[in-house]
Design a protein around this ligand. Structure first.
Ligand code: ATP
Ligand code: MG
Length: 649
């Protein structure tokens, strides 16, 4: 075996799905977009920028002279909140619904674009009264309720970058982010509803504030009505301050490069990075991709990104992309199994949702619960479904298309990162003949490639490292306060080229499959393999809902393959028989080299709040180490539970 091999391509997946002819005939984007962008990439993005209303036009599309720090739409001025709200009201769309809000307990609110304009203006006036100035950072630690969007847009409206912190993070995680970002004003709520219970937010902020002496104001939305402690002089009720404000506020136009927000990445692989996004390029990137990838028809679509606003998918595809396109969206506060496992499907049926965008972790959970649950609901309104956040196992993709998409809808597997701001690699639903588990190809205007160790493009059928070779509008501008880490993390591996940190392969047709993180690549007897393809082989067995694979240190082979598997609820028994069968199955699907040394049956896997499997914690367990930093974990008891399951088995 050659020494310079990068990552072996293992999967044998060959199924393909062409766009339905009617969908293709009416699609927003046709194949011509690729040609247009190939011929003149910057001209293509200048066209996309016409989606936005500029208070002052830009004079240059891209200034890359300070690479890797980019400037997009140089000289242009705009206000993001105006673009997401006011201009739609001016265009006579004030009565259009921006959000159908569905609380976990079943309470609902309908927020029109006119409501949004009033509420955002009031919140902006309130922030000004509280002394927030352009450039000041505001932290937002909220449940999934409309006020979260009001707060974000109010910040954008006055040019105060927001940093939204997941409503499930700990006091320590809040304090780290508030300190790192130099925040003086925090917006939170008394609590939010999670799994049928009010879960406290204000109390967690209070604890965090013990180590954040610079925070002078905590603005509190009343959501649950639960008891809260109160620090006079610091804490204020949102209703006391915001409700009495004028609903008139004139938005100021900011430079295209004015910072819009800082978002800390999920922290799947280590310490979260404060990713800085700016105004003009980000809005163009999210607006165009939302329109193109989801084929948005704002007059008729009911669009649902079933994700949390506290991660980048929520920022780009619950808030900025959809609102810039005057879309009607669904916002759901709670978990998918509250009060019952059909909750999502009930919501789709109720609002006649046309587009659903969610994460593979959710899809695999639904697989685990069984197809009979969505089958009870009318999902025929759906015309397009999408996936984001992790590689989607081909079998999960097929399940999603069949049991949610009714074997009818295109599926878009969208690859991107917090750093990217916008979707970069994805099928176009009216153009691409999709393959289950493949993000397929870079969107128009994006130049992606797969490199080997020497920085040369790999051939078809080969694996390597995913890179982006040209800048794009929604790209991060830097890491907050850490230009060095920005340079090191993304730009030093291959000079001038963005290194995504993900493994990928090109198949025989040259299409791109993202096969997991570089940190998760295993080396077994000199073979470098991605965990993803072995996981997908496991998930392709009828009994398996979810699988995580890690490489554990091994004296003879370098690393050995250790698998953690969650069975579907319909799979009875378990035990050694199923373990042997799964091992045989992997051998048959992708070969003996990929056969796991051990397969452990578990009830849960450690995941971040955005639903990504944290393999490094499983590696710690497999190597009998004290598990490392787990502050971004959704449920911190899972690691101990798996340790018990493993030592008991
Ligand atoms: P950190 O960088 O702090 O470790 P993170 O990478 O999990 O956290 P995100 O920016 O939310 O934080 O996640 C981006 C990553 O998610 C990608 O680098 C990739 O590994 C994975 N990902 C997202 N979408 C897809 C997809 N469609 N297919 C495969 N992987 C995906
Ligand atoms: Mg990352």
């Amino acid at each position: 075996m050659a020494q310079d091999q990068t990552i072996q391509a293992l999967s044998q997946e060959t199924r393909t799905f062409a766009p339905p002819p009617e969908f293709a005939a009416n699609a927003n984007v046709t194949a011509e977009a690729y040609d247009r962008a190939d011929a003149d990439r910057l001209g293509f993005w200048a066209d996309a920028a016409k989606r936005i209303t500029w208070a002052e036009p830009f004079t240059e599309v891209l200034d890359w002279s300070g690479a890797p720090h980019s400037k997009w739409f140089v000289g242009g001025k705009l206000n993001v909140a105006y673009n997401c709200v006011d201009r739609h009201v001016e265009n006579g769309l004030g009565d259009r619904v921006a959000y159908y809000f569905e609380g976990e307990g079943g309470d609902t609110r309908t927020i029109t674009y006119q409501n949004l304009q009033d509420e955002v203006s009031k919140a902006a006036n309130a922030l000004i009264e509280l002394g927030v100035k352009t450039g000041d950072r505001v932290a937002i630690y909220m449940p999934m309720i409309p006020e979260t969007v009001f707060a974000m847009l109010a910040c954008a409206r006055i040019g105060a970058p927001h940093t939204v912190i997941f409503g499930g993070f700990s006091a320590r995680a809040i304090a780290d982010r508030v300190q790192d970002c130099g925040v003086e004003v925090v917006i939170t709520a008394d609590g939010g509803y999670r799994r049928g219970k009010p879960s406290p937010l204000k109390a967690v902020v209070d604890e965090a504030m013990e180590s954040c002496p610079d925070v002078r104001t905590v603005l509190v939305v009343k959501r649950t009505g639960q008891d809260v402690d109160w620090t006079d002089g610091r804490d204020l009720w949102w209703s006391d301050v915001v409700d009495r404000q004028s609903a008139q506020h004139t938005p100021e136009a900011f430079d295209a490069e004015h910072p819009l927000y800082v978002m800390y990445s999920s922290g799947t692989t280590g310490k979260p990075k404060g990713i800085l996004h700016s105004t003009g390029g980000y809005l163009v990137g999210t607006s165009y991709t939302h329109w193109a990838v989801f084929d948005i028809k704002p007059e008729t679509d009911v669009y649902w990104t079933a994700a949390d606003i506290g991660w980048v998918t929520g920022h780009s595809y619950i808030v900025y992309g959809p609102l810039s396109n005057a879309t009607t969206s669904i916002m759901y506060e709670g978990t998918p199994d509250t009060p019952h496992q059909g909750r999502w499907w009930e919501i789709i049926q109720k609002y006649k949702a046309t587009i659903l965008y969610c994460a593979p972790t959710a899809i695999r959970t639904f697989m685990k619960w069984g197809r009979q649950i969505p089958a009870e609901y009318d999902l025929s309104s759906l015309r397009l479904i999408g996936s984001v956040g992790e590689p989607i196992n081909p079998e999960a993709w097929i399940w999603y298309r069949e049991h949610i998409g009714g074997n009818r809808t295109p599926v878009v597997d969208t690859w991107w990162q917090t750093e990217n701001g916008q979707i970069l690699i994805s099928p176009l639903p009216g153009v691409t003949e999709t393959k289950p588990g493949a993000a397929m190809r870079a969107l128009p205007g994006i130049v992606a490639d797969v490199f080997n160790d020497e920085g040369k493009p790999v051939g078809n059928g080969e694996g390597g490292y995913l890179v982006i070779k040209e800048p794009w509008p929604g790209m991060l501008r830097t890491l907050w306060g850490d230009d060095d880490r920005f340079q090191r993390t993304y730009w030093d591996n291959y000079p001038g080229v963005y290194f995504a940190g993900d493994g990928a392969k090109r198949d025989q047709d040259g299409d791109i499959w993202v096969i997991g993180r570089v940190d998760d690549v295993m080396n077994v007897s000199g073979h470098r393999m991605s965990t993803t393809e072995i996981e997908s082989a496991l998930v392709s067995h009828d009994a398996v809902a979810e699988a995580a694979v890690v490489g554990a240190a091994d004296e003879t082979t370098g690393q050995s393959i250790e698998a953690f598997v969650i069975l579907r609820e319909s799979a009875h028994g378990g035990g050694q028989d199923i373990v042997d069968e799964l091992r045989k199955h992997v051998r048959a699907e992708i070969g003996a080299i990929a056969s796991p040394r051990s397969i452990m049956l578990v009830d849960e896997l450690p995941k971040t709040r955005s639903g990504k499997i944290m393999r490094r914690l499983l590696r710690d367990i497999a190597e009998n180490r004290e598990p490392g930093d787990s502050t971004t974990l959704a449920d911190s008891s899972v690691v101990a539970q798996i340790q018990r399951e493993v030592s008991g088995s």
